[in-house]
Ligand binder design. Sequence first.
Ligand code: PRT
Ligand code: MG
Length: 221
Amino acid sequence: MNGITIALSKGRIFEETRPLLAEAGIVPAEDPESSRKLIIGTNRPEVRIIIVRASDVPTYVQHGGADLGIAGRDVLMEHGGQGLYQPLDLGIARCRMMVAVPEGFDYAMAVRRGARLKVATKYLQIARQHFASKGVHVDLIKLYGSMELAPLVGMSDAIVDLVSSGNTLKANHLVAVEEIAAISARLVLNQASLKMKRKELQFLMEAFARVAKPLDAEVSV
Ligand code: PRT
Ligand code: MG
């Protein structure tokens, strides 16, 4: 496929990517929130944007459906990152991957006792790895959304989910008890595209790097 195809998800990733695209001189022709089109043109005839589910971005890039994409570190950790080149933390769509429990639940005690903890989450790989590294036995329950509900109906002791403002946890009488990872979105590139379209992709990477605010940058300030 000639030209450059960029995979993005609607919502916060698309909105926070706009300034990065603008820095590269790219302006989307339509707004994905109001358009039903899955392929959106831009002011640059050789550049197009495909709109996919956030968790499908790495898959499209891995299999060459897109040359590049922008995906949360959460999504990349779950996907595994095979076949992807990840040159840049963009510092957008920031949040934290946390363990949360109902208010009043003694997490430290539950973990110390060596009993099995029931954990509901969309992030099975991340949760499995986290609790394994702590030596905590867990029964994982896979959900596709609204994880906050699981402990409220007695289905799990804890959840593993993303937290940004903390309002969702608060509204459901849950508290975060452990941070698993700081999350932000990263640029991912198809490795074959990088070889065949190096010049164009290099230009985009440089433009994105000029406006990126990587998480690590905060440490050195
Ligand atoms: O919605 P869909 O099922 O299609 O996919 P998605 O939820 O993966 O996509 P989207 O667009 O909601 O999120 C895209 C990316 O944004 C994620 O992969 C994260 O990397 C990043 N991000 C940043 C977040 C949040 N902040 C966030 N707060 N993704 C989700 N949330 C959710 C969280 O899961 C929880 O339900 O917002 C709720 C908590 O928010 P607060 O502000 O109440 O704490
Ligand atoms: Mg969502």
